[in-house]
Design a binder for this molecule. Structure first.
Ligand code: HEM
Length: 499
């Protein structure tokens, strides 16, 4: 019998024959274009992209109704063709909903519960202190007399890890593999940098290949086929990231020198339960490599976003610093135990995540059954995008949403926390969020306690207030911008120097 659609699709822009809404789907900064379309078509919009169903959610109510309350059928992932081609498969973030997904997800949930993350605080604290020292040293190296640290062109162009990027890589490598990164020439750093280049090359997940998977089978000389060569060169890099650190841990375990970490914990548990099968070991290995891929760039992007936001909102920066001064008395640097005493700083972090989510378009989900929502048909296999940028601007949830106002999260307003905006929804919500949140907090609290982030000066001695450009792929971070990070006082510099 001919398929009869049980209800109309959600509203959306008019379609062209065959290609559907391809022309209406914004490709440059899609989170902004889609937020605009939501004003016209509503909070649930339908696109047909070369015959593929795509639904974009733009209100918290819709995101929660579907991705949380109906998570049993909204928790799969679409295919990521280019990732499959480079061998970046089997890992949690791309797995379709099913038994493999549950197995991998459990490894993360066991390790990174709120309670479980307490074990990683010493590593986060010591890496934060290493970062502060690096900033202090670099500032001395660049401009000895004023001890300024100028952030410019460093992390993107240099293609080397700088202080902030190295911090999150070091935290993840230590937690995952028990390896302490001590120098820039560390082989783990090299491994991370090489993979980063590949992943930057992969670019946006909604690549043309995902829309037209058949292109994958075109020969390498076919016009527009850049990906065959890319995949050939990238696959060994991904393989190395998976194999090299894991092998090191296995050798260290054999010789009794392994430091306790995610990898040793899970292998030991398998051993206690009667021995690890090759499949089990493979699952641990893949999960470990996934940690780096999901946890390093996201964390440093969030921290760099906060640096930019602190530069653009000096009042909020000063207020957070005044609060830190009361708690610390200028005599020490923050520790995790101080967190509850710093509500304004907390509100600044939340406001930054709301107005500038690190994953501005969320990460796509996909449906595993037909559904009807508010009388609209959402077929099985639909790609669902919860546009975090639009959710942060949801006027039904936030008053004057375009304004940067951390106070909105404090009593008496106490507006809803932007957890879904920052970390996603339902059964796919970021399983590393407690770890990530703690890393971001300790870095930002320590940075603001000891340093100030101020505009750089131009040749005439005038402040440069940069127009920040955001580099958007799956995650978003500021393009290099001029600013100065300098100790707030001699006493603050002293505190850092003594670390
Ligand atoms: C500030 C830093 C971070 C941000 C903003 C962030 C954000 C996100 C978001 C938005 C998702 C997609 C959720 C969804 O599909 O609804 C996600 C997934 C994921 N994150 Fe994070 N994340 C961060 C750090 C981390 C860290 C440190 C780890 C590892 C310990 C991690 C591990 C993962 C994994 C494995 C997934 C895939 C989960 C799945 O597909 O089931 N993330 N993250």
């Amino acid at each position: 019998a001919r398929f009869r659609q049980p209800a109309p699709f959600p509203p959306g822009p008019p379609a062209d024959p065959l290609i559907g809404n391809v022309r209406a789907f914004p490709t440059r900064d899609p989170h902004l274009g889609l937020a605009k379309l939501a004003q016209q078509y509503g909070d649930v919009i339908y696109f047909n992209i070369f015959g593929k169903h795509v639904v974009v959610l733009s209100s918290q109510a819709a995101a929660s109704d579907l991705l949380e309350k109906r998570s049993a059928i909204y928790s799969s992932r679409p295919r990521f063709t280019i990732h499959e081609m480079i061998g970046w498969t089997d890992q949690l973030s791309f797995l379709p909903y099913g038994s493999q997904f549950h197995k991998q997800r459990k490894l993360f949930q066991q390790t990174f519960s709120r309670q479980g993350c307490l074990a990683f605080q010493p590593s986060q604290l010591s890496q934060t202190h290493a970062l502060l020292k690096k900033i202090l040293q670099d500032s001395a190296r660049y401009q000895d007399h004023v001890r300024e640290y100028v952030l410019h062109e460093s992390w993107a162009k240099a293609k080397r890890l700088t202080g902030f990027t190295r911090f999150s890589t070091a935290v993840i490598m230590e937690i995952t593999y028990g390896h302490k990164i001590k120098s820039d020439n560390d082989p783990y750093v090299k491994c991370a940098e090489d993979t980063n280049k590949v992943l930057m090359g992969v670019g946006h997940s909604a690549s043309i290949l995902d829309l037209l998977p058949a292109l994958r089978y075109t020969p390498s000389w076919f016009p527009g086929n850049w990906f065959t060569k890319f995949a050939r060169e990238s696959a060994p890099v991904i393989q190395h990231l998976r194999d090299f650190p894991f092998k090191q841990v296995r050798q260290q375990m054999a010789s009794g020198t392994a430091a306790p970490c995610f990898t040793t914990m899970h292998i030991e548990e398998l051993d206690r339960n009667g021995g690890a099968s090759p499949e089990d070991l493979h699952a641990v290995k893949i999960a470990a490599a996934q940690m780096w891929a999901a946890g390093a760039e996201t964390t440093w992007s969030t921290i760099l976003n906060l640096v930019a936001i602190m530069l653009l909102h000096p009042d909020a920066q000063r207020k957070a610093q005044a609060e830190l001064d009361v708690v610390l008395g200028g005599r020490r640097l923050p520790d995790f135990a101080d967190r509850d005493s710093l509500p304004y700083l907390e509100a600044v972090l939340l406001e930054a995540m709301r107005l500038h989510p690190t994953a501005p378009m969320g990460v796509p989900h996909s449906t595993t059954a037909d559904d009807i929502y508010r009388g609209m048909f959402i077929p099985k296999g639909t790609t669902i995008l919860a546009n975090s940028t639009a959710l942060g601007m949801d006027a039904g949830v936030y008053r004057d949403p375009a304004e940067f106002r951390p106070e909105r999260f404090l009593p008496p307003q106490s507006e809803p926390l932007p957890t879904g905006i920052a970390f996603g929804w339902g059964r796919r919500m970021c399983p590393g969020r407690h770890l990530a949140d703690a890393s971001v907090w300790i870095v930002v609290a320590s940075l603001l306690a000891a340093f100030e982030i101020v505009p750089a000066k131009d040749e005439d001695g005038q402040n440069i207030i940069p127009e920040i450009q955001w580099v958007n792929a799956i995650t978003s971070h500021p393009a290099p911008f001029p600013c100065v990070i300098r100790p707030r006082s001699d006493a603050a510099a002293q505190l850092v120097a003594q670390l």
